[in-house]
Design a protein around this ligand. Structure first.
Ligand SMILES: [Zn+2]
Length: 398
């Protein structure tokens, strides 16, 4: 439901996703102007861990940070973890605020080391991937530290990390990556730029939770080369009601309320077809296989052959997914045929519920009525539909 319309979703906004995107937006505003007076409290709160602009680059765990944070700041940091992927890389494996490097179950941050640009675990290793001794460390960085600090840091780093860093550049001369937040890219977009909109934030946050509709694998097994992107966006080409679109989507999502399915839930509903009363009413049966539907589609094909396209043949795939666009064909025949297919499926659905047989002559009257109703609309979709249908003289004057 939350996914983009071109992926089969309905582009709905989830409240928690919206709330998370506002918190990411807050981080963006902070990074754009970190010295603003509005940011003095978060600056003060996060100073013991290097400030927000450093913390967002770290592989942190909120519960292990040596800070007492307000709920808002906790939520803001957990939203950032969803947004920014802290993948393991030797070039960004920091000593500070790293959830893997803890002492008394809290992550570490030593301002004096940080100010000396000692940020990476790989800076603490020698060429043989062994930790620098206390003396080597002080010689390499020309920087006096209490033995306790040295012991705490070197004790806290898990020994397995050395194995992971074995093949990467090591040693005190290793230079840490740029931490310039004004140059931070996420999903190939500059984070503080105006292009990084709320919509973009939501789409990134949505990626891990968006699922592919299960019907896709079913139909891919049944038909070859389905253009899903085109199918999901096809409805936007026409000025048709949600009810009309709903029938087509319910067929594809395999949740159309046909008698066969409903009879499984309620004993009073018989599974027989509403038209022929002989066979179980499955989706395929009522929309394609039933004798009455086949007569309807035969008349439909004859109508299209006579008025729109001489070489048109109707298949079940076309009924369900529409007619593919032919790039070389400038006459836009597929537009009119797809419109007729949307309305025809809705017509069959309507006939089922009003207990009538689907007669093509009645459908044509409905279609004519639909075209007449478009005359009152100034929508570009209505104007285009009228023009396309006029090209094939489909409108009969009342
Ligand atoms: Zn039937």
């Amino acid at each position: 439901m939350l996914a983009d319309q071109t992926s089969g979703g309905f582009n709905l906004i989830d409240f928690s996703l919206l709330s998370n995107s506002f918190k990411i937006r807050w981080i963006k505003s902070f990074l754009k102007n970190p010295t603003s007076i509005w940011n003095c409290i978060p600056n003060f709160l996060l100073k013991p861990v290097g400030g927000l602009d450093f913390l967002i680059h770290c592989n942190y765990n909120i519960s292990k940070l040596p800070l007492k944070l307000a709920n808002f700041h906790k939520q803001m940091l957990s939203c950032w973890s969803l947004m920014y992927n802290h993948k393991f890389s030797p070039h960004t494996y920091f000593i500070w605020n790293n959830k893997d490097i803890t002492y008394k179950n809290k992550t570490l941050f030593y301002r004096s080391w940080f100010d000396k640009n000692i940020l990476l675990v790989s800076q603490l290793l020698d060429e043989n991937c062994n930790f620098l001794s206390y003396r080597d460390f002080m010689d390499a960085f020309s920087f006096p530290i209490p033995p306790k600090e040295y012991a705490v840091i070197f004790y806290a780093i898990p020994s397995g990390v050395r194995m992971l860093l074995q093949s990467s550049p090591k040693g005190p001369s290793c230079s840490p990556p740029s931490l310039d937040s004004s140059n931070l890219y996420i999903d190939n977009c500059l984070f503080i730029s105006s292009e990084f909109t709320n919509k973009k934030i939501r789409s990134i946050l949505l990626k891990p939770c968006a699922t592919v509709p299960p019907c896709i694998s079913f139909w891919n097994n049944k038909f070859e080369n389905i253009d899903w992107k085109r199918f999901w966006s096809l409805k936007k080409e026409f000025l048709i009601t949600n009810k009309v679109v709903e029938v087509s989507l319910k067929i594809i999502h395999k949740c159309y309320p046909c008698n066969y399915r409903l009879s499984k839930f309620h004993n009073n509903i018989k599974e027989e077809c509403s038209f022929c009363l002989c066979y179980p009413e499955t989706i395929d049966h009522i929309f394609w296989e039933c004798l009455y539907s086949r007569i309807f589609w035969l008349d439909f094909s004859n109508y299209v052959n006579k008025n729109i396209s001489k070489d048109f043949t109707l298949t079940l795939k076309k009924v369900y997914f529409g007619v593919p666009k032919v790039q070389s064909d400038i006459s836009n025949r597929e537009f009119v045929i797809n419109l007729l297919l949307f309305l025809a499926k809705f017509f069959i659905h309507k006939c089922k519920f009003i207990d009538r047989k689907p007669l093509f002559c009645i459908f044509l009257k409905d279609f004519n009525q639909y075209l007449l109703s478009l005359e009152h609309s100034s929508s570009p979709l209505a104007i285009n539909t009228r023009l396309q249908c006029a090209m094939y003289k489909l409108l009969n004057s009342p």
